[in-house]
Design a protein around this ligand. Structure first.
Ligand code: UDP
Ligand code: MG
Length: 322
């Protein structure tokens, strides 16, 4: 009988404290899946250029467990690139993405597998509750999902992180998307196929702090919006059009006033107000164009998405990279 294969892909950046706690839980779940459901599971840890001894910890885990594959990137490329690197190396079977900090409970993996076997290609976890996260973090996430859903034609389900299972054909499709600015939530939505969600409670981190501070989240949001919508560019067009219309009307009025009523030199405040306002609008519009132009520039360089330092596949895992 052909057994299904599942690779759990974990991107880790400075998670030396969480991993020793997380791995036994993942291993226990995989052992149960192998025995009860006929799924051959393995784990692929991607060390995203950690500086805190994560790589040592991972090597110890791999030495003790033959189902562990290790991939180390040449530096910190960011979570999206690290996940891409991991998913690129899953050539056989399905992949499940899990956070290294224990916020996505591995105990739910069998539910994801069950949905996959029902025929779904993209099974994603939707957060019911976010424990241990600040009010600001929750409010900004809420606002972000509302904005991106309005602006983008690609479906990005709300409160859905990267905790998800991808079927082999969804993985193959994802591998075809090689853009450098990777907003994964959007890419998952773009490929389509049969999608379903599993509600779950997001737990607090096992240890350490979130790598995403307010500034990084803001940039992440910009990435999402510019990668999956050109609405801001259109907004600049409309804004420019509306301003030009108003300015034209006002210009007529100024000329008429000078012709019919005469014009003792006055109006410095109005003039300053208009100049400052128009200057501001122009700079905002230029900035929007710049955001897109900058991304175009990055794409045009055609650099690889990540560089690999070490790749040590577990027993029975193909070392090929498609
Ligand atoms: N991560 C990564 N590279 C980075 C930042 C984060 O691989 O540059 C990993 C991190 O180790 C964790 C996951 O991405 O497994 C989610 O990160 P974090 O918990 O900091 O984000 P949050 O859960 O707060 O969104
Ligand atoms: Mg986390």
């Amino acid at each position: 009988m052909n057994r299904d294969r599942l690779t759990v892909v974990v991107a880790a950046f400075n998670e030396a404290q969480s991993l020793p706690e997380l791995h036994p839980r993942v291993a226990a779940v995989l052992a149960r899946l192998a025995a009860a459901d006929g799924v051959d599971g393995s784990v692929l840890y991607v060390d995203d250029g950690s500086t805190d001894g994560t790589w040592r910890v991972l090597q110890d885990l791999a030495a003790a467990d033959p189902r562990v594959s290790l991939l180390r990137l040449s530096r910190n490329f960011g979570k999206e690139a690290a996940l891409t690197a991991g998913l690129d190396r899953v050539v056989d079977g399905a992949a499940l993405i899990l956070d290294a900090d224990g916020q996505d409970p591995p105990e739910l993996i069998p539910e994801f597998v069950a949905r996959w076997r029902e025929g779904y290609d993209d099974v994603h976890g939707t957060r019911l509750a976010r424990e241990g996260e600040s009010w600001f973090r929750r409010a900004s996430a809420h606002a972000f999902y509302r904005v991106i859903q309005r602006l983008s034609k690609t479906p990005v389900p709300a409160d859905t992180g990267d905790f998800r299972l991808l079927s082999p054909r969804a993985l193959a499709a994802l591998r075809g998307l090689r853009e450098r600015h990777r907003f994964m939530k959007g890419l998952f939505g773009w490929i389509g196929f049969n999608r379903t969600s599993i509600p779950y409670r997001r737990e607090p981190r096992l240890a350490g702090r979130s790598k995403f501070n307010a500034w990084r989240l803001w940039n992440f949001a910009l990435e999402g919006i510019t990668s999956f919508s050109s609405a801001p560019l259109r907004l600049a067009t409309y804004l420019g059009g509306a301003t030009a219309l108003v300015a034209f009307g006002y210009g007529l009025w100024v000329v008429a006033k000078a012709l019919f009523l005469g014009d003792p030199v006055a109006g410095w405040p109005t003039m300053m107000a208009v100049i400052l306002f128009l200057g501001g609008v122009q700079l905002v519009a230029l900035g929007m164009i710049g955001e897109y132009l900058g991304r175009l520039y990055e794409e045009s360089k055609q650099r690889p998405l990540y560089l690999v330092d070490t790749w040590s596949p577990a027993e029975g895992v193909s070392s090929a990279v498609p």
